[in-house]
Design a protein around this ligand. Structure first.
Ligand SMILES: [Cu+2]
Length: 171
């Protein structure tokens, strides 16, 4: 398979899929978001913590390294301190790489998914995410050139105690 046909296949897959974040390339055809390695979109009522992330024209996220616990729902308050358009996109490293290649081929591609927030210079936005699996969830800016310039980071998800379900019974 040539790179071109891979990209085309990916583009078709993206167009056909309502939930890019829910797709697991490694896991085949499971669409259950609870089993996605990166987690699932979260709801405001379940937010346990707010994490502020700053994006700059220096092609950096600050912080670029974030620690959370499995089961946590995080509200990411994302601020674009630069003048260029930047975005905060959560994914596996492979998903981000593939999506970034698509963005390079289609710079005008409008993409808006639950696992990302795209912001014009000076704007602030937010993204609520439920981290269901322990491990590393990557994030990056997929604007052409930005990922290659090192505009990326990682969320380390520590294995959580399975206490939440039990505690819930008392209410
Ligand atoms: Cu950027």
């Amino acid at each position: 398979m040539t790179f071109h046909s891979i990209a085309v296949t990916l583009a078709l897959a993206l167009a056909a899929s309502a939930s890019w974040a829910g797709d697991s390339h490694a896991g085949g055809h499971g669409h259950g978001s609870e089993t996605s390695p990166i987690g699932a979109p979260g709801v405001a009522a379940k937010v346990t913590r707010t994490v502020t992330v700053d994006m700059t024209d220096g092609m950096r996220f600050s912080p670029s390294s974030i620690s959370v616990k499995q089961g946590e729902t995080i509200r990411f308050k994302v601020k674009n301190s630069g003048q260029l358009k930047h975005e905060f996109v959560l994914g596996t490293e492979q998903d981000l790489q593939e999506h970034y290649q698509l963005m390079i081929k289609n710079p005008e591609m409008e993409h808006e998914e639950p696992n990302m927030v795209t912001l014009a210079g000076g704007k602030t936005g937010e993204l609520i995410w439920h981290f269901t699996q322990s491990g590393t969830v990557h994030f990056g800016c997929l604007q052409p050139g930005h990922w290659d310039a090192g505009m990326k980071g990682a969320v380390t998800v520590a294995k959580g105690q399975a206490q939440r379900a039990a505690a819930h019974h008392h209410h």
